[in-house]
Design a protein around this ligand. Structure first.
Ligand SMILES: Nc1ncnc2c1ncn2[C@@H]1O[C@H](COP(=O)(O)OP(=O)(O)OP(=O)(O)O)[C@@H](O)[C@H]1O
Ligand SMILES: [Mg+2]
Length: 294
């Protein structure tokens, strides 16, 4: 593994991992009890590549993201061992100041529910101008506003000057998610992380949102770490795949290889669970009272 220092003055080594995780283990401590929710996870993610993390609910996907960012929910006693280097900075051992700097300057986070990260009382345009994603620069209010409008146009808002004045609840779920993407990508972060960013959206909006993420990455070369329970999304969008179960990685490798020749029975079971339209229908997708999908 080659790590590179954040302050390197020569041209950065583009093949060096943007994210390098080694033997990451997270234990949650509750009264008199300790439970490992992430166990011994290691992987590298380089510039321009995309990596999907898949696995059933409770597999530890979100805990893995939280652990590698060093950000846990308030009140959760999570103890992390191992390392997670973002642009060479180990997020597991960095002090709060350094960790915040890396989060602000190098990472764009897209949440499943953008309402959680948007303030309901501020217009969305204002939230974009005040987004931490602008980093340490202190541009004028006017240029911040212009950048927010441009960012909204880039994620498909047709009338961004008007729409920037709306409150989050005045936007649809898909529009809010596009604001989330605009906020996460404003500063052109080296690493984009999405934890189920499209799960709450219908399939057409989901495709649009994922296309937008791809377009941004093509332009900026950002790496993508995408948590999804949807193997079809992982197959279509990500170069590499990690399959998690009960906190551990059961299988990892290039997506195509894993999906065409899975070695682990759990990966095979996940693949078999994908509903197919082209094969024989062996079981109902829904009960007659819910309507028929065919
Ligand atoms: N706040 C918490 N306090 C204690 N344990 C937690 C907390 N959040 C999650 N866990 C536990 O950590 C484990 C991994 O949870 P995690 O949220 O990472 O799963 P996940 O793979 O993201 O699932 P999903 O697909 O449902 O989002 C689970 O066993 C869960 O019960
Ligand atoms: Mg989760």
């Amino acid at each position: 593994m080659t790590a590179f220092p954040a302050t390197e003055s020569t041209a950065p080594d583009l093949s060096a991992p943007i994210l390098s995780v080694r033997e990451l283990t997270t234990t949650i401590h509750t009264r008199g009890d300790a439970r490992a929710v992430v166990e011994n996870v290691s992987f590298d993610l380089v510039r321009g590549r995309s990596l999907a993390v898949v696995g059933e609910s409770g597999a530890g996907k979100s805990m893995l993201i939280r652990s590698l960012l060093g950000v846990h929910a308030p009140g959760v006693d999570a103890r992390v061992r191992g390392s997670a280097r973002v642009m060479g900075v180990d997020m597991a051992t960095a002090d709060a100041f350094e960790r915040r700097r890396v989060l602000r300057e190098s990472i764009g986070m897209i949440h499943q529910d953008p309402l959680r990260s948007l303030n309901p009382t501020y217009r969305v345009g204002t939230q974009l101008t005040e987004s931490r994603a602008f980093g340490n620069q202190r541009p004028s209010r006017r240029s911040l506003h212009r950048r927010a409008i441009e960012a909204m146009a880039a994620v498909g808002f047709r009338d961004p000057v008007r729409e920037a004045r709306l409150l989050p609840h005045e936007l649809s779920g898909g529009q809010r998610q596009r604001i989330g993407i605009a906020a996460a990508t404003l500063n052109e972060p080296a690493l984009l992380i999405g934890d189920e960013p499209t799960t709450a959206l219908d399939v057409t909006v989901q495709k649009r949102v994922l296309d937008l993420i791809d377009e941004m990455r093509e332009r900026t070369g950002a790496a993508l770490l995408l948590v999804t329970h949807d193997l079809a999304v992982a197959a279509e969008r990500c170069d590499d795949l990690i399959v998690m179960r009960a906190g551990s990685v059961v299988e990892a490798g290039p997506t195509l290889q894993l999906l065409t020749a899975p070695e682990h029975p759990y990966t095979r079971a996940l693949i078999d669970a994908i509903p197919r339209l082209d094969g024989p229908r062996t079981r109902r997708l829904c009960t007659p009272t819910e309507g028929n999908l065919s």
